[in-house]
Design a protein around this ligand. Structure first.
Ligand code: PXG
Length: 288
């Protein structure tokens, strides 16, 4: 595998960054998780836009242009002969000193790893997933805004450990007010009376690109989407529930905190959206 670091490609063993990089020392940096399908990079522009928004929010100046980043992603796919896979784009604050001050870091580093993707097992999509709410509360947007896709993912990792401890793959995270925000690496949707609902971004959710695609697909089939604050009660009494994310795509949820959702099987609208999503990923995206 060839890994892009700051304009050059390195073999897997030589793809290294300094122990003084603030990305490592403080989680000071940002990232994107992107998918390639059928020789095209899905929603690449949206991922690069979000990377630049995250950078702006943490006062990090990405040292190369949008078009150079686009080219680095596409070239990483070509060099690795990747037609279907997962691309991790990372920008770290760069090499600095042992001290928080980011002004000591002279140049941020840009890294692209293009690899195969590890998918959830197919049975999970057929039967649906069981998830739980966890004690770890979502970061406050006034503290570390969850809209920033930063290298500081401990909030999510702690929630993931708690979900795994309860025998589940994903966790529902509530915000400090007790409203549903999202999961550790996925946004959440419910279906109620034929309408889709997903928490507003102000509840502490990432501006998910898959979330946006689902909102668009729903619009195209005349399904209304609203973004109200949701409680656990709303989740329990939903007709259908599913999660969205670049890695997971659309995963049906059939049980939450021991309550069976709807019929206990993946719902009709969820299945329709899964089909539409797969069809879209096959034909749309930036050609490699
Ligand atoms: N919420 C969080 C906290 C995320 O990290 C999403 C929602 C879904 O957003 P997108 O834009 O992907 O629809 C994410 C994305 C991984 C991995 O390696 C994580 C994500 C995406 C791809 C891979 O665990 N999270």
């Amino acid at each position: 595998m060839k890994v892009y670091i700051d304009g050059k490609f390195y073999g897997e063993r030589d793809a290294k960054i300094s122990v003084f990089d603030h990305g490592l020392l403080y989680g000071d940096g940002i990232f994107e998780g992107i998918r390639a399908y059928n020789g095209r990079v899905f929603r690449l522009k949206e991922h690069i836009d979000r990377l630049f928004f995250s950078a702006k929010a943490i006062l990090l100046t990405i040292p190369i242009s949008r078009s150079a980043i686009t080219e680095a992603v596409l070239e990483s796919c070509r060099k690795n002969r990747l037609r279907d896979g997962y691309i991790r784009l990372v920008v770290t604050r760069g090499v600095g000193t042992l001290g928080l001050n980011p002004s000591r870091c002279k140049r941020p580093s840009v890294i692209v790893i293009a690899d195969k993707i590890q998918l959830y097992p197919p049975e999970l999509y057929e039967r649906g997933m069981e998830i739980v709410t966890v004690p770890t509360v979502r970061n406050l947007h006034s503290a570390l805004n969850p809209a920033i896709k930063s290298l500081n993912y401990l909030n999510n990792i702690l929630a993931k450990i708690e979900a795994n401890g309860a025998g589940c793959e994903e966790a529902v995270m509530l915000n400090a007010e007790g409203f549903v925000s999202e999961c550790t690496g996925d946004n959440i949707f419910i279906v109620k009376e034929g309408r889709l609902m997903t928490p507003p971004l102000s509840a502490g959710a990432l501006y998910g690109i898959t979330r946006q695609v689902v909102i668009e697909l729903a619009g195209q089939s005349g399904v209304a989407v609203t973004e109200p604050n949701l409680t656990r009660y709303d989740l329990f009494n939903a007709k259908e529930c599913f999660l969205t994310g670049t890695g997971a795509e659309i995963v049906p949820v059939v049980k939450i905190d021991g309550r069976v959702i709807g019929t206990g099987k993946p719902g009709q609208l969820t299945k329709k959206l899964v089909t539409a999503y797969h069809a879209l990923t096959k034909v749309s995206g930036e050609p490699i």
